[in-house]
Design a protein around this ligand. Structure first.
Ligand code: FES
Length: 115
């Protein structure tokens, strides 16, 4: 029995862990949502690819530093884990991640636009 290997409800396969390069975002479209997948120090993060600043689909090109992802357009920074800005206010949408074997899964829920 390998209950921990079961894909949780609502999760979709995104890519293989091996597809990801340290600190380099991969852009994907899942459930009509643009997302960006990052591997940083052997942890995988899934965030929205849409920067909340000017709604630009560019976050996958962002720079990772000290646990934050900086938008390449105007350098707004978001915590990779929570999506929050350095001042703690809400920023980027983040999605839960599950690794099973060598595959990355995430639960990408279509977002209601709230900006
Ligand atoms: S569009 Fe991302 S910081 Fe301006």
């Amino acid at each position: 029995m390998h209950h921990s290997d079961e894909i949780p409800e609502g999760f979709s396969a995104l890519c293989s862990v091996d597809d990801l390069e340290e600190g380099k975002g991969v852009r994907l479209i899942i459930n009509d949502e643009e997302i960006a997948v990052f591997k940083v120090k052997d942890k995988i993060y899934v965030v929205s690819n849409v920067c909340p600043h000017q709604h630009t689909t560019i976050m996958y090109k962002g720079f990772v530093e000290d646990g934050f992802l900086a938008c390449p357009a105007h350098s707004w920074k978001f915590n990779l884990e929570t999506g929050k800005k350095p001042d703690g206010t809400r920023g980027l949408t983040t999605y839960p991640v599950k690794i099973i074997g060598n595959k990355v899964y995430s639960k990408v829920i279509p977002k209601t636009f709230n900006w």
